[in-house]
Write a protein that binds this ligand. Structure first.
Ligand SMILES: *Cc1c(COP(=O)(O)O)cnc(C)c1O
Length: 394
């Protein structure tokens, strides 16, 4: 039977919105309050007993944030969601809630910067060990599971190399063994990949990127079972106090309204930019999950509904100055971290090494990432053409 609660249009435009409770306004209110009053001690006691059962204090639940939680959980096909002040906070809470001293985490190689920092610099101080392994082949990745592994951390696709993992195979292995699986699903959003449906326990995404979509707010999401979200809410969420603020939640609700339209546009533009990039002689190779040249093309086709926005490529260069000139002369791909907004972006991997360390034989030093935004793709391609022309042929 058709269940309207699963329609993306219904979720984005209607789910969780009770217009009658706010003057029949179409746009939900920003409930900018720190606390909520009680009429009786009995009511207050009830709130203390179960802070997730009602409104007490905005470090916990807040009505504006709750509308967003309902929509984000439904988009992921999850029972519940928690929304954090940014993606890093969401990852932090999701991981810390599921490890204790003596536990082991199996992570894919090259996780997001601050996830790696959490593993290497923070968890190591509390007796949690982490093994990094290539996730391309599920069986060899899972061979690194130990008796004390309690969490498997995935990122599919990941930030720079766009590596993917077989989510169903990993979930099928982890579930009967009681190992929690957590994925950073920021690249795809639940529109293009639904990890929960593939058996993953916790789907994280940064809402700063596609959900916000306008480069004007940060946010982070965890989706999972009601029990898992309750466990995180009652501990890490309330204790760290890193839940999203009502105004930022409102901006994300606003961003959500146009998410499918923006993703459609970005997908179409990305295809055009990709087709152009394939003609560029200065490009050694491209990384895009739904391109036939992609190493895990068959898995990407099976697991992801689509791909868009981010394209990585290795540029041919003998000197770092060539890469710098290319990036510096782009005018419409602005140079910045992040992605998912209206504006197209470029970031070269060599920006985080001193110039003198550049080694043309190290492909990573010649890796660049483009983000295709909402501009006219022809306008973007002209910009790339002039920047490639500026560095000339090798
Ligand atoms: C940006 C990003 C994050 C962190 O999200 P913030 O909202 O910036 O904290 C995590 N994972 C990936 C893949 C990202 O791109």
């Amino acid at each position: 039977m058709h269940n309207e609660n699963q329609d993306i249009s219904f979720i984005i435009n209607h789910l969780g919105e009770d217009h009658a409770s706010y003057f029949n306004a179409i746009a939900p209110p920003i409930v900018q309050t720190s606390n909520f009053v009680f009429e009786t001690v009995a009511d207050m006691r009830k709130a203390f007993e179960d802070e997730m059962g009602g409104y007490l204090y905005s470090r916990g639940l807040n009505p504006t944030v709750d509308i967003l939680r309902k929509k984000l959980a439904a988009l992921d096909g999850a029972e519940d969601a928690l929304v954090f002040n940014n993606g890093a906070a969401a990852t932090f809470a999701g991981i810390v809630a599921n490890v204790k001293a003596g536990d082991h985490v199996l992570s894919v190689t090259h996780p997001y910067t601050w996830t790696a920092h959490l593993f290497d610099q923070i968890l190591s101080r509390f007796g949690v060990t982490v093994t990094y392994a290539d996730g391309a082949d599920a069986a060899s990745f899972l061979s690194h599971v130990q008796d004390n592994t309690t969490l498997i951390y995935l990122e599919s696709p990941n930030s720079w190399w766009l590596d993917i993992q077989d989510l169903r195979a990993i979930a099928d292995y982890a579930k009967p063994r009681g190992i929690i699986t957590l994925i950073d699903n920021s690249y795809c959003t639940p529109l293009y990949q639904k990890p929960i449906e593939l058996g993953i326990d916790i789907a994280m995404q940064t809402a700063t990127k596609y959900i916000g979509g306008h480069s004007d707010t940060l946010g982070g999401v965890l989706c999972g079972t009601a029990a898992m979200m309750r466990k995180i809410f009652n501990s890490e969420y309330l204790c760290a106090g890193n839940g999203i603020q009502p105004f930022n939640a409102w901006l994300l609700l606003r961003g959500l309204r146009t998410l499918p339209a923006r993703i459609d546009r970005i997908t179409a533009s990305t295809q055009k930019v990709l087709a152009y990039l394939k003609t560029e002689e200065r490009i050694e190779s491209l990384i895009f999950p739904l391109d036939p040249s992609y190493a895990q093309f068959a898995l990407a086709q099976r697991q992801m509904k689509n791909a868009c926005g981010l394209i990585s490529f290795y540029i041919k260069a003998q000197q770092i100055q060539e890469i710098e000139k290319f990036c510096n002369s782009l005018q419409h791909f602005r140079m910045a971290v992040s992605w998912g907004g209206h504006e197209s972006l470029v970031i070269p991997k060599c920006a985080d090494i001193p110039q003198a360390q550049f080694d043309p034989l190290n492909p990573t030093h010649r890796l660049l990432r483009l983000y295709v935004g909402l501009e006219d793709p022809e306008f973007l391609i002209r910009d790339l053409e002039q920047a490639f022309r500026g560095i000339g042929l090798l």
